[in-house]
Ligand binder design. Structure first.
Ligand SMILES: *Cc1c(COP(=O)(O)O)cnc(C)c1O
Length: 489
């Protein structure tokens, strides 16, 4: 057993409580600022009630995303010092390629500058106008790249996937009956690949099971359809398989990763997530697929041995990929998320269950039933929560949706506030603070009102759009906070 492949970090507490334990120590710190609520309210106004437009100097706990915000290990930082600067043939790339081979069992490796760059190359090569791409769930940039190449995504998730309260261990599974129907309807020739996303990002970091992947692979193989695996969040998915799938209790994370990749023709990843760095990559064991794609890398990214990345990032990526086989590493975020989700759930708050691998997802529809969907409950909850806590989450509801041809909002399936937990960044007391403030907000939820757009960009409005409260609810919320908490921050 290699040193990085530590066994299950399962520590029992004498009290019987289930408490996640940090199996790392903090050796570099960044000072945080918790501004008084008056300043937080003002900052929210300056940001047009859009948490994307806040500046981090006003943010206490940044739970917007895990993308590019994970903590690196000392080994990763150290590796950056020995990077090999070379346009071609860099030893840094060779080390990264070795890591991909070792961790994923995939031999041919193409470097790209981030996950969506892999999606650009894969969609350009494999997706033709009129094609359909079935998948367990889409990611925003994935869908955009398939659309732009004339294809269409088909989400064929199971009925459990979008339920708020569920005890289904694998909400990220692909529905095989729907997959068979898609093949029947469109024909295999119109399906360049079926895409499986590990720990489905947009529906709460929910995993699929190995059994499901095996069945998807079998059905795809029968029809000559390629299996594409998005491994951006694969460490957590592998951890959930180990935790939840019968037969995998004693399998190492590395063996689980190898089995997952062995059931796929092609994999790609965003290193902003999976290896706690920046960058990305594509890998396969099929030389025919590699040869089809490789010419696009120098065109869009950079030479085949750096792909638009700095060699320092490539070194840290190699180390970060290897750390993905460490259970203490990949289990850390899910353990903290579980703590937060179970705490909120047992206090009666509407939160998506079971806990996934990316963050806690609060059901804003259930939290603020008095705020109509046309007044963006998830956006309102994100703004209110920032004002009363200094923690910023991300709206994943109707603001993140679009308008139809008549200018009416297409209402989202679910209104969620996502509180992401970047890997190894937060301590337990910070998570307890988040839970505490969220419970206070729930008890005072009647004070939170809706939002309306004041500036609305035509595309991807959630990034840069500006909104305003429909009433003076932020003042009332602030007054109640002061009444309950006195001079406290
Ligand atoms: C973030 C992400 C991407 C896109 O990666 P970027 O590095 O942000 O371009 C693709 N797929 C999944 C599942 C992701 O989480």
């Amino acid at each position: 057993m290699k040193e990085t492949e530590s066994r299950t970090p399962h520590v029992k507490f004498y009290s019987g409580q289930e408490i996640p334990l940090e199996l790392h120590k903090v050796r570099i710190v960044q000072k945080l600022h918790l501004r008084p609520i008056e300043r937080r309210k003002q900052a929210m106004e300056e940001a047009g009630f859009n948490t994307f437009l806040l500046e981090t100097k006003d943010v206490f706990l940044d739970m917007l995303t895990d993308s590019g915000t994970n903590a690196m290990s000392d080994q990763q930082l150290g590796s950056m010092m020995v990077a090999d600067d070379a346009y071609a043939g860099s030893a840094s790339f060779t080390r990264m390629q070795e890591a991909v081979r070792d961790v994923f069992g995939m031999h041919h490796v193409l470097p790209v500058h981030q996950g969506r760059a892999a999606e650009n190359i894969i969609s350009k090569i494999f997706v033709k106008p009129g094609d359909v791409v079935p998948m367990n769930y889409h990611f925003t940039t994935t869908k955009a790249h398939i659309d732009i190449n004339g294809g269409q995504i088909l989400e064929i998730y199971t009925d459990e996937a979008l339920k708020i309260k569920s005890d289904c261990p694998f909400k990220g599974n692909l529905d095989l009956v729907k997959f068979a129907a898609v093949i029947e309807k469109y024909g295999a020739a119109k399906i360049p690949y079926v895409r499986m996303e590990a720990s489905t990002n947009l529906i709460g970091g929910q995993p699929f099971s190995m059994r499901n992947l095996r069945e998807v692979n079998a059905m795809a193989a029968k029809h000559g359809i390629m299996v594409l695996l998005d491994v951006s969040l694969v460490g957590e998915n592998a951890w959930f398989i180990k935790q939840r799938e019968p037969g995998y209790e004693t399998t190492s994370i590395r063996d689980i990763l190898h089995e997952m990749c062995g059931l796929s023709d092609l994999i790609y990843f965003s290193s902003r997530k999976v290896s706690c760095t920046r960058g990305g990559g594509i890998a396969t064991n099929r030389i025919d697929l590699f040869n089809k794609m490789k010419d696009l890398v120098p065109l869009y990214e950079g030479f085949l041995t750096y792909g638009g990345m700095s060699v320092r990032e490539i070194e840290a990526m190699a180390v970060g990929l290897r750390e993905t086989t460490d259970e203490a590493m990949v289990g850390q975020s899910p353990a903290f998320i579980k703590y937060l989700v179970n705490d909120l759930d047992s206090a009666g708050l509407p939160v998506v269950t079971p806990a996934g691998g990316l963050g806690a997802h609060i059901d804003a529809g259930g939290f603020l039933p008095h705020v109509p969907q046309a007044e963006y409950p998830a956006g309102a909850l994100a703004a209110a929560f920032y004002i009363i806590s200094g923690a910023r989450g991300m709206e994943r509801g109707t603001i993140s949706s679009v308008r139809d041809e008549h200018g009416n909002d297409i209402l989202a399936d679910v209104e969620l506030l996502r509180l992401a937990l970047p890997r190894r960044v937060f301590t337990l007391s910070q998570i307890m603070y988040v839970a505490d403030r969220m419970k206070w907000l729930y008890d005072n939820r009647d004070l939170v009102g809706g939002l309306k757009f004041t500036e609305e960009p035509a595309v991807l409005r959630f990034f840069l759009g500006r909104l305003a409260p429909v009433s003076d609810w932020p003042e009332k919320l602030m007054a109640k906070f002061r009444k309950d908490f006195g001079e406290s921050l």
